[in-house]
Write a protein that binds this ligand. Structure first.
Ligand SMILES: NC(=O)c1ccc[n+]([C@@H]2O[C@H](COP(=O)([O-])OP(=O)(O)OC[C@H]3O[C@@H](n4cnc5c(N)ncnc54)[C@H](O)[C@@H]3O)[C@@H](O)[C@H]2O)c1
Length: 253
């Protein structure tokens, strides 16, 4: 697969799978527009990616909850590299982990609603914002691929992270199918990838799967790169649940 002269826009690119996909895309000839809220880490990681091929990456600080900031990321991508060929919505995470300093072990009804507001905004609204903002450019180009990111938690539900489970579930399917329906006549595809446990953090190894292990981040990134490439050209409007068979398990404890 070659992404020569192609440009990927990624949210959550300072860490985990977003960072890895940035690296892989650049190694395969493309450019990366790396967006993240964590300014310090982002600038360090952009420098690392540019060391692979100078001028191949830019960093744009962005809170995906702010539509103007999301639009700015897309505008920068087109200004610097001339197109947006791929968008991957990695920014996100389960609220009780991401906002752990605000969570003190309360029972679900006692958890402040602001925590769930944050989660719905980052995990759901942020993806709607990026899809919407990028579509303007993809429509003009008559091409593009958008990858939304769900989670096995959306399939299973969660008695504590209800914002995350809500955002990463049927909402992702509805968004993905809708963008695919709009996009098809314009040469735009949209898919969703919903991982099970991925070893971007060692703790994910504790989440059981039918295959007895968590996924390597590279396995998820490779699926996304395949779907984004010409080899994946007949996929649109579908969700890829990549969970090692976790949802098939009858006993997960
Ligand atoms: N790791 C897993 O096991 C797993 C499983 C299923 C789904 N996912 C999903 O995959 C995606 C990537 O996971 P990961 O483990 O690589 O992530 P990660 O936690 O390593 O990175 C997430 C990035 O998002 C950024 N971010 C957080 N809030 C933001 C905001 N408001 N605006 C912009 N950026 C923001 C963070 O700074 C961080 O760099 C997430 O959406 C996650 O929910 C991960």
């Amino acid at each position: 697969m070659s992404f020569e002269n192609k440009t990927v826009v990624l949210s959550g690119a300072a860490s985990g799978m977003g960072l890895l996909l940035s690296r892989c895309f650049v190694e395969q000839g493309g450019n990366a527009v790396m967006a993240d809220i964590d300014e310090k880490t982002l600038s360090e990681k952009v420098a690392e990616i540019n060391a692979i091929r100078p001028g191949s990456a830019i960093g744009v600080v962005c809170d995906v909850r702010d539509y103007e900031q999301v639009c700015h990321v897309c505008a920068e991508a087109v200004r610097v590299f001339g197109s947006i060929d791929l968008v991957v919505n990695f920014a996100g995470g389960a609220e009780l982990r991401m906002l752990k300093e605000q969570y003190h072990g309360e029972d679900l009804p006692d958890i402040p609603i602001s925590i769930f507001d944050w989660s719905l905004d980052v995990n759901l609204r942020g993806q709607v914002y990026f899809d919407h903002a990028a579509l303007k450019y993809m429509r003009d180009q008559k091409s593009g691929v958008i990858v939304n990111i769900g989670s096995v938690t959306g399939e299973e539900g969660s008695a504590s992270n209800i914002g995350y489970a809500t955002a990463k579930s049927g909402a992702m399917n509805g968004l993905t199918k809708s963008i695919a329906q709009y996009g098809a006549p314009h040469g735009i595809r949209c898919v969703c990838v919903s991982p099970g446990p991925v070893l971007t953090r060692a703790a994910m190894a504790n989440m059981k799967t039918m295959l007895g292990r968590a996924a390597e981040p590279q396995e998820v990134v490779d699926l996304i790169l395949y779907l984004a490439s010409e080899k994946g050209a007949f996929f649109t409007g579908v969700n890829f649940l990549m969970d090692g068979g976790r949802t098939l398990m009858t006993n997960k404890v």
